[in-house]
Ligand binder design. Structure first.
Ligand SMILES: [Ca+2]
Length: 163
């Protein structure tokens, strides 16, 4: 597969920063979106979903290695880090990953589809089948029952989408 990323339609949902339970967490969101706003309460926002690698390298042979070639990636854009924040990510078919995510400040964490031993930068969904459709799909990031971000793609000639 070509290694050219394509920027897909991704949306941070503006309504999400109403943040019912968190109160006045946002001082002044910047024009780029509410997620770029100044944070008074570290951890009020979830980390960003920045990439979905939906078409594993090579043939889809169903091996654990191939399953782990599928992943989605979080990024901490606020550089405050996360210590066990509970999040979920769902695909268009309703397959849902739920996990407690720890990210070192300013770093990335990948969540692979298959099985493996977690590290500081790699987590494993533990599935025995693929999650991300190779042609079109949508990743939806949810925290505390609120949808924070969606990341959609629809190009089967690519392997990954930037959110
Ligand atoms: Ca796939």
């Amino acid at each position: 597969m070509r290694q050219i990323a394509v920027r897909m339609s991704c949306a941070l949902l503006v309504s999400a920063w109403a943040l019912g339970g968190v109160g006045h967490a946002v001082a002044s969101p910047s024009p780029q979106g509410p997620h770029r706003g100044t944070l008074n309460v570290p951890g009020a926002y979830p980390p960003e979903l920045v990439e979905v690698y939906y078409n594993s390298p090579g043939r889809d042979d169903g091996s654990n290695k191939s399953l782990n070639g599928e992943w989605f990636k979080f990024y901490d854009p606020y550089s405050h880090g996360y210590d066990g924040i509970t999040l979920s990510v769902t695909d268009a078919a309703g397959n849902t990953w739920v996990g407690k995510l720890t990210i070192n400040p300013g770093k990335h964490v990948k969540v692979h589809t298959g099985k493996g031993s977690k590290t500081a930068t790699d987590l494993y969904w533990g599935r025995s089948s693929y999650a991300w459709n190779n042609t079109t799909d949508t990743a939806t990031l949810t925290k505390d029952g609120k949808v924070w971000q969606t990341c959609s793609y629809d190009d089967p000639t690519q392997s990954f989408a930037l959110c």
